[in-house]
Write a protein of this length. Structure first.
Ligand SMILES: *[C@@H]1O[C@H](CO)[C@@H](O)[C@H](O)[C@H]1NC(C)=O
Ligand SMILES: *[C@@H]1O[C@H](CO)[C@@H](O)[C@H](O)[C@H]1NC(C)=O
Ligand SMILES: *[C@@H]1O[C@H](CO)[C@@H](O)[C@H](O)[C@H]1NC(C)=O
Ligand SMILES: *[C@@H]1O[C@H](CO)[C@@H](O)[C@H](O)[C@H]1NC(C)=O
Ligand SMILES: *[C@@H]1O[C@H](CO)[C@@H](O)[C@H](O)[C@H]1NC(C)=O
Ligand SMILES: *[C@@H]1O[C@H](CO)[C@@H](O)[C@H](O)[C@H]1NC(C)=O
Ligand SMILES: *[C@@H]1O[C@H](CO)[C@@H](O)[C@H](O)[C@H]1NC(C)=O
Length: 636
C-alpha cells in the first residue's frame, strides 16, 4: 500500500518523467470544433478498430459525424423562439398557477427542467393545460393532453408522462427517461398486523396437520400396544385401558393436563412417557416461537400487491386520466387484468387533483386503497403527517393512520412528449440525459421531503401489548368448544330419549314392564335419566329405585349366596352405599325375604317371582346366562 511518503517520492521522481506520449493511438477519429471529422478517415478503417460493433458501425459513425452540425443548427433555430408548452396538474412533478392577469405559470420538477433548458437555449414559453386533466388515449381522446400534442397546438408536453403503448401513435416520447414512475398503494393502517391469527403462527400448516394426526393416532396405538402386551405376557395386573381412556390421556397430555391413568407395567409407562416427552418438546417450541412471533413479528399489510387487490376485490381509487387508468383500460397493458374491477365498480378514478382531498375522502372515510405515484404520495403523506402532528403531539399511531405498500402497483418509464416529427427532442434529450444521469431530476422530485421515511410500515412500537385482535383465536376456540359441547349434549339427550322409548317399547312388548304405579315405563326412565346426569353414577341401584319406586331385583348371585357382603342387616344386602339415608327402608324390600321368592317356570324358563311391597310381581331369571344379562342391563 502506498504511504504518503511514497507518493511524495513518486511525484518528485516523476518531475523527471518524460512527458506523456503526445501522439494518439492510430485509427482514432478526431472531431473538430464544428463536429465534423477533422482527421481524414483512413481508407482501410475497420469498424472494430474504432471500437464499435460491425452491425451498427456505419450508422454510429454517420450519427457522430452528422450530429454536431445539426445540433448547432437547431440551437440557432430555437434561440429566441417562443414555445407553447402543455402540462398536467400532477403535483409535485408539474402543476400550474393561474395569475390574476390570465397568465399561467408552470411549477414543479418539469418546469424546473424547462427553465433550465430555457436558459440554455434562450427561448421563451407559454403554459397551457388541457381542458380535462387527462393524458388521453385513443378511446379517451377529447380534451386530453395527447390531443393537444397530436394537433401540434403545443410544441411539447412538459409533464412526467408514463410511456403507454396506445399513446405512442399520437405522440413521440422523448428518448431520455426522466424517471421510472412507481405507483404505490396507500391504505388505512390496519389495527393489527395481518397475521392476527397469531396463535397458529408458530408452526407451519403441515406441522399442525401432523400434530393433529398424531393426536388422533397415538391413543389407538397405545390402546393396541397395551392389549398386545397383555396378550403376549398374560399379565393380569396391567388392566387394558379402554380406547376412550387412551384417547383422553393423549389429549390431556397435549394440553399439559393430567390423566388418572397410572400404568403399572414398565412398557406401558414407557409408552406414556414417550408421548409426554413429545408433548414437552412440542409445547416448549410452541411457547418460545409464539413469544418470538409476538415480539418480533413483521408488520404486514392486507394488500401488498395488485394480486391482493384483485383476489380480495378491494375498492381502489386513482387519478382520472393517469397512467394507472390507461394501464388498466388498455388491453395489452400490464394491469389489464384489473379491467373486470372497473366493470364491477370496484375502481374509482377521481377527477380531483387535490391529493389530500382524495386521501381523506376515499381512504380515511371509505377505506379505499389509493394508488398514486411515488413523489406525490410521499409529499401527501408528509403533509398529512405534519397536520396530524399539530393536532396530537405524542401518539405515533394518530400521526400515521395510513400505510404504504412496499411493492409498486405499476411501474412505467416517464418522459416528456413531443408531437410526432418534432425535432425538439433531439435538441433537449442530451441535456435531459445529463440532468437524469447526474441525479438532478431525482433530487428535484424529493427535495421537499425529509430524508427519513415518513410513517414506515412498521411503526416499531416496542412494548406491544396484546390486543383483543391477537386473542381472537382463543375466543373462537372457546366458542367452538362450547358450541360443540352443546351439540354433543343435545345429541346425548336425544339418544337418551330415543333409547328410553325403545326400552319402554321392549318392556311393553314383553308385558312385564309395568311400573308399580301402573304408569308406562318411558317417562320414569326418562326422568331417571335426568337424575343420573346429576348424580353421575348410573348404576346406583338404591337411589334410582327409590326415586321412582321401581324396584329392580337383587343381584343374581346375592340371592343365592346371601350375606356375602358381610353386612349384618339383611335389608341392606343388595344395596350400594347411599348418600341419602332416607332411602333405607323405603326402597328395596326384597332383600329380607328371599325365601318369599317362588320358583316358577314361565315361557319355558326358570324365574324367581318376588312380591314387591306394592303387591306387584317381579321376575328374576334363574338360569345363569339370562341372569347375567338381566343383571347387566340393570346395572350398566
Ligand atoms: C508513443 O506512441 C507511439 C505510437 O503508439 C509509440 O510507438 C511510442 O513508443 C510511444 N512513446 C512512449 C514514450 O510511450
Ligand atoms: C425543426 O422543426 C421545425 C418545424 O417543426 C422546422 O421549422 C425547423 O427548420 C427544424 N429545424 C431543424 C434544424 O431541422
Ligand atoms: C436570446 O434571444 C434574444 C432574442 O432573440 C436575444 O436578444 C438574446 O441576445 C439572446 N441571448 C443569448 C444569450 O443568446
Ligand atoms: C402577468 O403578471 C405577471 C407577474 O405579475 C407578469 O410577469 C406577466 O408579464 C403578466 N402577463 C401579462 C400578459 O400581462
Ligand atoms: C392526430 O394528428 C394527425 C395529424 O395532425 C391527424 O391526422 C389525426 O387525425 C390526429 N389524430 C386524431 C385521433 O385526431
Ligand atoms: C394484444 O397483443 C396480442 C399479441 O401480442 C395481439 O395479437 C393483439 O392484437 C393485441 N391487442 C391489442 C388491442 O393491441
Ligand atoms: C386540498 O384539500 C384539503 C382538504 O379538502 C384542503 O384542506 C386543502 O386546502 C386543499 N389543497 C389545495 C391546494 O386546494
Amino acid at each position: 500500500m502506498a504511504t504518503g511518503i511514497e507518493l511524495l517520492l513518486a511525484a518528485a521522481l516523476c518531475a523527471a518523467c518524460p512527458p506523456p506520449n503526445g501522439s494518439l493511438p492510430a485509427n482514432l477519429i478526431l472531431l473538430g470544433e464544428d463536429g465534423g471529422p477533422s482527421t481524414e478517415l483512413p481508407i482501410d478503417l475497420d469498424t472494430t478498430d474504432a471500437g464499435v460493433d460491425e452491425d451498427i458501425g456505419e450508422e454510429t459513425l454517420e450519427t457522430i459525424i452528422s450530429k454536431k452540425p445539426k445540433l448547432h443548427e437547431m440551437r440557432e433555430w430555437i434561440g429566441g423562439k417562443h414555445l407553447r408548452i402543455a402540462t398536467l396538474e400532477d403535483f409535485p412533478l408539474s402543476y400550474t398557477e393561474l395569475l390574476e392577469n390570465g397568465t399561467r405559470i408552470g411549477h414543479g420538477v418539469s418546469f424546473q427542467i424547462i427553465d433550465f433548458l430555457k436558459k440554455k437555449f434562450n427561448f421563451t414559453y407559454e403554459v397551457f393545460v388541457p381542458q380535462e386533466n387527462i393524458i388521453g388515449s385513443p378511446k379517451d381522446f377529447d380534451r386530453s393532453l395527447i390531443e393537444m400534442v397530436n394537433s401540434s397546438v403545443v410544441h411539447l408536453a412538459a409533464a412526467f408522462i408514463p410511456s403507454l403503448s396506445d399513446q405512442r401513435s399520437f405522440v413521440y416520447y422523448s428518448t431520455t427517461t426522466l424517471d421510472e414512475g412507481e405507483w404505490i398503494m396507500v391504505m388505512q393502517r390496519p389495527r393489527e398486523s395481518a397475521s392476527g391469527s397469531g396463535l397458529l403462527a408458530p408452526f407451519e400448516f403441515w406441522v399442525w396437520i401432523l400434530i393433529l394426526v398424531s393426536l388422533l393416532a397415538v391413543g389407538p396405538i397405545i390402546y393396541v400396544l397395551i392389549i398386545l402386551r397383555n396378550r403376549l405376557t398374560g399379565d393380569g395386573q396391567q388392566t387394558p385401558y379402554s380406547l376412550g381412556h387412551c384417547a383422553w390421556f393423549v389429549y390431556g397430555a397435549l394440553m399439559k393436563q393430567g390423566s388418572t391413568l397410572s400404568p403399572i407395567a414398565d412398557s406401558t409407562r414407557l409408552l406414556f412417557a414417550t408421548w409426554w416427552i413429545f408433548i414437552t418438546i412440542l409445547t416448549s417450541f410452541y411457547t418460545a416461537n409464539l413469544t418470538a412471533f409476538l415480539t418480533l413479528s413483521k408488520f404486514t399489510l392486507p394488500y401488498n400487491t395488485v394480486n391482493d387487490i384483485l383476489a380480495k376485490n378491494k375498492h381502489f381509487v386513482s387519478m382520472r386520466g393517469g397512467g394507472v387508468e390507461y394501464a388498466i383500460r388498455t388491453t395489452n397493458e400490464s394491469l389489464s387484468m384489473l379491467n373486470r374491477m372497473i366493470q364491477n365498480n370496484y375502481a374509482v378514478f377521481s377527477d380531483e387533483t387535490n391529493d389530500t382531498y382524495n386521501l381523506l375522502n376515499y381512504v380515511e372515510s371509505n377505506g379505499y386503497v389509493f394508488v398514486r405515484d411515488r413523489p406525490a404520495i410521499n409529499i401527501m403523506l408528509y403533509q398529512d403527517y405534519l397536520y396530524r402532528k399539530s393536532i396530537s403531539f405524542s401518539d405515533e399511531k394518530v400521526h400515521c393512520p395510513f400505510a404504504m405498500a412496499k411493492e409498486p402497483f405499476l411501474k412505467k418509464k416517464r418522459t416528456f412528449a413531443y408531437p410526432i416529427g418534432s425535432n425538439l427532442s433531439q435538441l433537449f434529450d442530451p441535456e435531459l440525459l445529463n440532468l437524469v444521469e447526474s441525479g438532478i431530476v431525482k433530487h428535484l422530485s424529493s427535495k421537499d421531503l425529509p430524508s427519513a421515511e415518513i410513517c414506515p410500515q412498521d411503526l416499531g412500537g416496542t412494548e406491544r401489548q396484546l390486543r383483543n385482535g391477537d386473542l381472537m383465536m382463543t375466543y373462537y376456540i372457546m366458542l367452538a368448544g362450547f358450541a360443540t359441547a352443546l351439540a354433543v349434549f343435545s345429541t346425548e339427550l336425544v339418544f337418551r330419549y330415543v333409547n328410553s322409548r325403545q326400552e319402554a317399547n321392549k318392556w311393553a312388548r314383553h308385558g312385564i314392564g309395568r311400573t308399580p304405579n301402573g304408569q308406562s315405563v318411558a317417562p320414569s326412565r326418562w326422568l331417571r335419566g335426568w337424575r343420573r346426569l346429576d348424580s353421575g353414577h348410573g348404576q346406583l341401584l338404591g337411589a334410582s329405585t327409590h326415586n321412582q319406586n321401581v324396584t329392580p331385583p337383587p343381584p343374581y348371585q346375592s340371592i343365592f349366596n346371601g350375606g356375602s357382603h358381610g353386612d349384618g342387616d339383611p335389608l341392606n344386602r343388595w344395596r350400594r352405599p347411599l348418600g341419602h339415608g332416607n332411602a333405607i327402608g323405603t326402597g328395596v324390600l326384597l332383600g329380607g325375604d328371599s325365601e318369599s321368592g317362588v320358583r316358577r317356570l314361565i315361557n319355558g324358563r326358570d324365574y324367581l317371582v318376588f312380591r314387591t311391597p306394592n303387591g306387584q310381581s317381579q321376575l328374576v331369571p334363574v338360569r345363569s346366562p339370562s341372569a347375567a344379562l338381566f343383571q347387566y342391563s340393570y346395572t350398566e
